[in-house]
Ligand binder design. Structure first.
Ligand SMILES: C[S@@+](CC[C@H](N)C(=O)[O-])C[C@H]1O[C@@H](n2cnc3c(N)ncnc32)[C@H](O)[C@@H]1O
Length: 325
């Protein structure tokens, strides 16, 4: 697949005047059109959501005004006071939760399991894939903040396109996460022996999370176009590799390659429960499991094995966020 950057480079390098308009290959034209359509749709969706929100707010305001108009002055004062009280309680609760989250994340920075998201793959992704990765990172950060036992999250190789997009996220500057422009091998060179690159292609199966080890996840959305890439990278760097023990608990219908946010969420759930089965079942959508379990049930009846197998279909999206592998 030809990345959009290449399409743009082709355009830039072409003679661009009226007599010689830039010549694009058919493939590049298709890519450009697809990208333009994606951007246009995104803008349309954003505008529609904004309009819907505005309509809802107006409707709520109208209903409130109507209610006030229909009651006595005394009732009006009471209602306004109770609304103010509710708002104050809500704000207090939110502020307490924020403080607790800051405490948890501060502790995680000192003693939490180190988890790295390796962001050195920008050049191998299309803008849509980079966008999807940014969404996944946002999701990872949110889940980590809510976790009772958060990990100590790192973003290494955080520079270029991906950093620019992350910087656009509201509040990114204040995120309690390590942002490191250097690669993990440079940033953590004194701990190289403790680095473990997680990859579905590894031979070693992870059975525990060791607090001394630092687990690396490839920040890549590629629909497995770059098969075996992270395994090769780790091997070239002399770093250990390991895969999640999915096969011990679930029977996947195709590959066991998960999205970045799924892997982070599974690790966090495991830190909390110390139970892989619970962690996998918590993260892999129930809808998928049910479909799959039914299929396996039928199959077992046919072959008479009666073995209780759980089958899980590889996800291209999560229930919450439509996030891609
Ligand atoms: C969408 S996958 C990227 C697949 C990519 N082709 C590769 O070579 O890793 C994103 C990352 O999640 C992690 N990952 C996904 N499935 C995994 C599994 N079954 N076991 C361990 N890590 C996994 C890996 O770190 C992987 O790089």
């Amino acid at each position: 697949m030809e990345p959009i950057q290449n399409v743009q480079k082709t355009l830039e390098n072409s003679t661009n005047d009226d007599l010689h308009p830039p010549v694009l290959s058919k493939n590049a034209q298709k890519k450009l059109l697809k990208q333009q359509r994606f951007e246009a749709n995104k803008l349309k969706k954003k505008a529609a959501i904004k309009e819907q929100k505005q309509r809802k707010a107006e409707q709520k305001h109208r209903e409130w005004e109507e209610k006030l108009a229909s009651i006595s002055e005394e009732e009006k004062t009471k209602l306004i006071q109770s609304q103010r009280e509710l708002k104050r309680e809500r704000m207090e609760k939110a502020s307490e939760e924020r403080e607790k989250k800051i405490e948890r994340l501060t502790r995680a920075k000192e003693e939490g399991q180190k988890i790295i998201i390796d962001l050195e793959f920008s050049d191998l992704m299309t803008p849509n894939e980079i966008h999807s990765l940014v969404q996944q990172i946002m999701y990872c950060y949110a889940v980590n903040g809510k976790s009772p036992l958060p990990g100590h999250l790192w973003l290494t190789g955080c520079s270029g396109d991906i950093e620019t997009q992350l910087q656009r996220l509201p509040g990114f500057d204040k995120w309690m996460i390590e942002k490191e422009s250097r690669s993990y091998v440079e940033a953590l060179q004194d701990q190289k022996d403790n680095l473990v690159y997680l990859t579905a292609d590894a031979e070693t199966v992870l059975d525990e999370l060791d607090p001394k080890q630092i687990y690396i996840i490839g920040g890549l959305v590629d629909r497995n176009r770059w098969k075996g890439l992270t395994k090769k990278k780790a091997q070239d760097q002399g770093i250990q590799t390991a895969k999640l023990p999915i096969g011990n608990y679930l029977k996947m219908s195709s590959s066991q390659v998960l999205t970045v946010n799924q892997v982070v969420e599974i690790l966090l759930k495991f830190l909390e429960t110390r139970d892989w089965k619970t962690s996998f079942f918590h993260v892999i959508p129930q809808r998928k499991r049910h479909e799959a379990e039914a299929e396996v049930g039928e199959q077992n009846e046919e072959d008479g094995s009666g073995e209780s197998k759980k089958k899980c279909i590889e996800q291209s999206s999560t229930d919450e966020g439509n996030l891609s592998t």
